[in-house]
Design a protein around this ligand. Structure first.
Ligand SMILES: Nc1ncnc2c1ncn2[C@@H]1O[C@H](COP(=O)(O)OP(=O)(O)OP(=O)(O)O)[C@@H](O)[C@H]1O
Ligand SMILES: [Mg+2]
Length: 484
């Protein structure tokens, strides 16, 4: 006979009591206690039935957004049939929304601990001598509700949609890049970019849904996130409108995400960020030192006064006849060259500020000078020397920030985070300062929607939802994300 599951009613009290009598010796429950709990709306009993016979139950106490699993019992004649697992799984389907579910289990009860682990519970802590008869420690376990977010990114020249679970597990991440269309112009052409986004957004969206097996967005997803700035207005509009529309059609909450928060929180795909943290944000448009005192909090302590680090790579690359964007190719060419030219990095008055426009001029001057002298120039030496100068400047200010701020971790994010020399030097200075280093995995360093899903999760936890009237903010910075 098949087993059915349902929420218990008052008249099930006697049957539930009989299960406790069968499962627990001595039985800590009384019929009156179970009857009282069934009358109390904060107590919930979910039962397994074979025909009319109650064969198992799980009980919960519910508070505002958390649950406690108080008991789980299956009649001895019905064990080893997956009923316990089904009781929990099926009851949780009905118990949404909750944020976390807790339970205590005897530390020697490996069978139960294994079952809970299989269901996604994690050990939280120990309670010493929690049980009596016999006296024993309890292990407290926690189950966090999964948060699945679909995210849209289209701020520059990548059209991307991702589905991300709990801010760190990628169910899909589709990126359509337009680099080929822009290369012949040596940079992004805004009008061309927005047209490509329009052509691609639905294709990318459908692919992202398909790969993540999302067939019923309203049921399977918890929110929609989309980049609303910074970036090119025509590009931003496409992803933002797509995200807002998707949220509206599927009746899901909407979250407008700061692209820069995405670049930094993509480090969560490597491992969880430990706060307070310092972050070095290095991309095509931004170079900043950002203090992250607690989750969701970003404060710029230093930034570039002119060009961004990635921009410097791209501009110097262009002078040397390389394709846009040049950073990756320059890194490879630098390995064939020698650092033998001293390119000065401009001094800045702000303690943690950067300046990279001077080095671009220094490279151009050097090339002209050598040309005038009739000397042949080894391009790879120029690249290796340039790269060293840029990385040194980044390292110097980061080192200073780590000396003056008491942080537990350094986070690295943004497209230039792919640079090997930078990564190696950051290893050195963080080990010198004895703090953790959390670098975005290289494949998530450039623009992608998964990083917007990682940031969207943080916004979700912090209850930072947006109205559907949210507009693009091409010049958005981190200020909107500091709350003291
Ligand atoms: N290995 C590398 N070394 C140095 N620079 C690199 C490397 N790989 C990529 N870059 C640079 O990273 C930049 C692209 O980064 P990203 O996609 O984060 O920038 P963006 O999205 O255009 O700007 P922003 O995020 O500031 O709006 C380009 O300037 C590129 O040259
Ligand atoms: Mg970017």
């Amino acid at each position: 006979m098949t087993i059915q599951f349902k929420w218990a009613e008052f008249f099930d009290a006697q049957d539930i009591y009989e299960i406790t009598d069968n499962a627990f010796i001595p039985n800590p429950y009384s019929l009156a206690q179970i009857e009282n709990e069934l009358k109390n709306p904060n107590y919930r009993y979910f039962i397994a039935l074979e025909g009319k016979r109650v064969v198992g139950f799980v009980s919960y106490i519910q508070s505002i957004d958390t649950l406690d699993l108080t008991e789980l019992a299956v009649h001895t004649d019905y064990q080893r049939r997956g009923i316990a697992q089904n009781l929990i799984q099926k009851s949780l389907e009905f118990l949404k929304p909750f944020e976390a579910l807790y339970l205590e289990v005897r530390s020697s009860n490996f069978k139960a601990i294994n079952l809970y682990t299989k269901l996604g519970f994690k050990k939280l802590n120990m309670r010493k001598n929690y049980y009596s008869n016999p006296e024993e420690d309890a292990i407290v376990m926690e189950l966090k509700k999964d948060v699945v977010i679909i995210s849209f990114e289209s701020s520059a020249d990548e059209t991307s949609v991702a589905v991300v679970k709990n801010g760190n597990q990628i169910l899909s991440n589709i990126v359509a890049t337009q680099i080929n269309s822009h290369q012949r112009f040596g940079g992004i052409v805004p009008e061309v970019a927005s047209r490509h986004h329009l052509e691609w957004i639905n294709i990318v969206l459908n692919q992202a849904l398909k790969e993540a097996n999302i067939t019923n967005p309203h049921e399977q997803l918890d929110a929609v996130a989309a980049t609303y700035g910074p970036g090119l207005v025509g590009s931003l509009l496409v992803g933002l409108m797509a995200g807002k529309t998707f949220a509206q059609i599927n009746d899901l909450p909407f979250i407008g995400v700061n692209h820069l928060a995405g670049h930094l929180l993509a480090a969560n795909f490597n491992r969880g960020i430990i706060y307070p943290a310092m972050a070095l944000m290095v991309s095509g448009g931004h170079t900043e030192l950002v203090l992250m005192e607690k989750p969701g909090n970003f404060k710029i302590i230093g930034e570039t006064l002119d060009d961004a680090a990635g921009e410097a790579f791209d501009k110097v690359g262009r002078v040397l006849g390389l394709n846009y964007p040049a950073g990756k190719e320059m890194q490879e060419l630098s390995k064939l060259g020698t650092v033998n030219i001293d390119f000065p990095i401009a001094k800045t008055t702000g303690t943690y500020d950067f300046s990279f426009s001077g080095i671009k001029s220094a490279v151009i001057n050097y090339l002209h000078h050598e040309e005038q002298l009739g000397n042949s120039v080894n391009k790879n030496d120029v690249i290796a020397s340039f790269q060293k100068a840029v990385v040194d400047a980044l390292i110097q200010k980061t080192d200073l920030a780590l000396s003056n701020y008491d942080v537990k971790m350094l986070v690295l994010g943004g497209g230039v985070a792919a640079n090997e020399m930078l990564r190696n030097k950051l290893e050195e200075i963080t080990s010198k300062h004895k703090i953790e280093l959390n670098m975005v995995p290289i494949r998530f360093s450039g623009d992608n929607a998964a990083m917007i899903g990682a940031a969207g999760y943080q916004y979700f936890i912090d209850d930072k939802f947006s109205d559907l009237s949210l507009d693009t903010k091409p010049n958005l910075d981190f200020e909107s994300l500091v709350d003291d």
